[in-house]
Design a protein around this ligand. Structure first.
Ligand code: ADP
Ligand code: ZN
Length: 725
């Protein structure tokens, strides 16, 4: 059975191995068990029901609320030769009848149906006349009131399934369910002793981080500058904010689209298509955007504000990196976001029970934003998956920054707030500490407070951030309502008395996701160009043909025969039949016309960066003329040799040997950085780079302790993918 599943995985999808959980889920379903599978967004749920559908006799019904996703999936299935169709409101009456006829005729392996289509008569007709081995229910959390996206049509559906005489297997899938919601789904759908899988919430290719207390606009500008060709989504909380961020990006010349509920259907569809086809690079959107869009090469998801619960957060953030490549998820968090969300919940509709569920979800979200634990682990725990280790790459795992003793600054701020007697908000408190001549300050006589101007050397903005940080840490409290005032909590007293110290992390630094994107090779570019043209000809988004990862592998492997081609991950027989000749013409051709003096390794190197590194003016012969010399150094280093010994043995200078290794790094070869950069120096160098930039090395060297040499600085820049001047 599983042998067959594995074969299908390779033959139909071109994947070599199952992701975590997929195989067990498929085994449970094909073994005849009802199933509840909780897999995160991008975890690969569709394979879990599509493969059983191919293995079981008859037509599997897939219930999904997402019309665009249905279409994508059906298109994708047909492309690889699996007969499939969908029934939803996007079909005209004629098409609808035709699909239904073919379905009743048993012509499909999979039939996707929107839940609102499955009313009593429809259900009756399908179940009487078709052989249905399995009903797969996608987005199953929609059946639960406790989920975050309850839909009455799902409740209906549950009723119909419950009433079938000889009911098929039912497999429910969702990306977001706390243990309580999972329980509820199972009960509502009447699952019979289901096999339950909670799996793969840890997304290894995502680096999560939370950024607090920063000028968001400046942060965003820099963030996007550092990722000039990456595609990403920015989620904002409101339409207004979406518009504002979008406008700002356009002003900066960044091709950006916008998407929110206030736009017309056509405008939204257009924005979505442009984004999918990589015509716009960044999408600014409210949470209305993303359901059902499968764009695999989203390299970052940035939350402009904190959402109201972790389910929504992780679902949105999880839209990054669906192709499995390194991607980043950033949450810009300001403590006042919590106030706003709380206000919305309290003012909102809904009974008290529902409100308190929402409030407790909000507090979990807030704790995530404030925790110093591994962020990935925090989320995985929240969803009830156990035993996952710290990810080693989130903002908190990477944060080796010093803790600063901020007790004296805290005392200044707290005593100022204390003297303002809970009558004013954070902005006013910051103005007093700054010593501002603002009209309102003078009007209220706040310039006469003894704390007036106590922090005048700080920028006002940073004083506000500092006050918000004190709120987040629980030393200050903000009132509810539209114009929250700020006052002391009991926690503040020991600080004011001098019996408690306050420490704060030095900074939250965001590092470029190493390796993501990287520098592209000419062959990769050629393949991408081909994909773009072919996709345009077929009228589908480029990723429907091949993912970036597949193209990258193709570029690296440069296959020249069909067998070699099939060994590339992401290329199955169907795709090889269809596109194999075209691909081989590109990859095979490249090999033949390549510079024969260069060893094979070079098929994937970026000639621009190689030229740059070999042009480094050390006059020591690492130039292109002696290509291959650096490889000899590399081999000796990889074999364990010390740089000094290698230099001596080869009769070259130490600097030359070092440059050889750096050149290899530029050419994309693996280096064991720990042998180049002493552990304790790395954070120092990164900190200096953050402070001084990376344009010139000399100021960096001067700012660092004398034992840090240029080699280590060069190494850190390359290891972290930081561009040099
Ligand atoms: P979701 O769980 O969000 O519905 P999908 O089923 O759309 O996720 O899968 C997410 C992506 O992962 C898809 O692009 C899919 O092709 C890919 N994928 C699924 N299973 C595997 C696998 N075993 N190996 C590699 N890629 C996979
Ligand atoms: Zn972590």
């Amino acid at each position: 059975m599983l042998q067959e599943a594995r074969k299908l995985l390779k033959r139909v999808y071109g994947f070599d191995s199952f992701r975590q959980g997929q195989e067990d889920i498929i085994a449970a379903i094909t073994g005849g068990s009802d199933t509840l599978a909780i897999l995160p967004t991008g975890g690969g749920k569709s394979v879990c029901y599509q493969i059983p559908a191919m293995m079981l006799a008859g037509t599997t019904i897939v219930v999904s609320p997402l019309i665009s996703l249905m279409k994508d999936q059906v298109d994708a299935l047909r492309r690889v030769g699996v007969p499939a169709a969908f029934l939803n409101s996007s079909l005209g009456a004629g098409e609808y009848r035709e699909v239904l006829r073919a379905a009743l005729n048993g012509e499909y392996k999979l039939l996707y149906v929107a839940p609102e289509r499955l009313d009593g008569s429809m259900f009756g007709e399908l179940s009487e006349r078709m052989r249905i081995p399995l009903i797969a229910i996608d987005e199953a959390h929609c059946v639960s009131q406790w989920g975050h996206d309850f839909r009455p049509s799902y409740r209906q559906l549950a009723n119909w399934i419950g009433r079938m005489d000889d009911r098929p297997l039912v497999a429910a899938f969702t990306a977001t369910a706390t243990p309580e919601v999972a329980e509820d789904i199972s009960g509502m759908l009447g699952l019979r002793q289901p096999s339950v899988f909670i799996n793969g919430f840890a997304r290894e290719n995502l680096s999560l981080s939370v950024v607090t207390g920063t000028d968001k606009k400046r942060f965003l500008t820099r963030f996007l500058q550092e990722r000039p060709d990456q595609s990403g989504i920015i989620y904002a909380a409101t339409r207004k904010e979406t518009e504002a961020v979008h406008e700002e990006l356009l002003r900066q010349g960044i091709p950006a689209g916008k998407y929110h509920g206030g736009l017309g259907d056509a405008e939204r569809a257009d924005a979505q298509e442009k984004f999918r086809f990589d015509e716009t690079r960044v999408m600014v959107a409210t949470n209305a955007f993303g359901m059902g869009i499968d764009k695999p090469n989203v390299r970052f998801v940035l939350h402009w504000q904190m959402p109201g619960d972790l389910e929504s957060y992780y679902q949105e953030a999880g839209r990054a990196g669906r192709d499995g490549e390194e991607s980043e998820c950033l949450l810009l968090f300001e403590p006042q976001d919590v106030q706003i969300q709380r206000f919305l919940i309290e003012q909102g509709a809904g009974d008290e029970g529902r409100k308190s569920v929402q409030l407790s979800k909000l507090y979990s979200m807030m704790n995530f934003a404030r925790t110093e634990r591994c962020l990935q682990q925090f989320i995985v725990d929240y969803f009830g998956e156990k035993g996952v280790q710290p990810c080693g790459k989130c903002g908190n795992c990477l944060d080796k920054s010093e803790r600063l003793d901020m007790t004296s600054e805290a005392q200044k701020a707290l005593s100022c707030v204390g003297r303002m007697k809970g009558r004013f908000g954070v902005t006013m408190a910051a103005k007093v500490l700054k010593g501002s001549r603002d009209k309102k300050i003078l009007q209220f006589g706040l310039d006469r407070l003894s704390t007036y101007g106590l922090m005048k050397e700080w920028p006002e903005r940073e004083i506000s951030d500092w006050l918000y940080w004190l709120v987040a840490e629980g030393y200050l409290r903000m009132s509810e309502g539209q114009y929250p005032t700020v006052s002391l909590t009991a926690e503040a007293l020991p600080v004011l008395e001098g019996s408690k110290t306050v420490v704060r992390r030095k900074s939250t630094s965001v590092r470029r996701a190493a390796a993501a994107g990287g520098e592209a090779s000419p062959l990769f570019e050629a393949l991408r160009q081909w994909r773009k043209e072919t996709a345009a000809r077929e009228g589908v988004p480029p990723f429907m043909l091949f993912f970036d990862a597949t193209l990258r592998e193709l570029a690296a492997a440069a296959p020249s025969t069909r067998d070699e081609l099939l060994r590339v991950k992401g290329i199955g027989a169907a795709k090889a039949d269809k596109y194999g000749d075209a691909l081989l013409a590109i990859t095979g051709g490249q090999e033949a016309s390549g510079d024969s003096a260069e060893p094979n390794l070079f098929s994937s190197l970026d000639s621009a960066s190689a030229a740059k590194s070999s042009g480094r003016a050390d006059g020591s012969g690492s130039g292109r003329g002696e290509s291959g010399s650096h490889l000899a150094t590399y081999e000796m280093f990889q074999a364990g040799g010390e740089v000094a010994d290698i230099a001596a043995e080869r009769g070259i200078s130490r600097v030359t040997a070092e440059n050889h290794l750096m050149r290899c790094a530029d050419e994309g070869m693996e280096l064991d950085w720990s042998r180049i950069i002493p552990d304790e120096q790395e954070p120092l160098i990164l900190e200096a780079v953050e402070r001084l930039g990376s344009d010139k090395l000399r100021p960096l060297k001067d700012a660092l302790p004398p034992e840090v040499d240029y080699f280590a600085i060069h190494g850190v820049l390359r290891k972290h993918g930081i561009r040099q001047g």
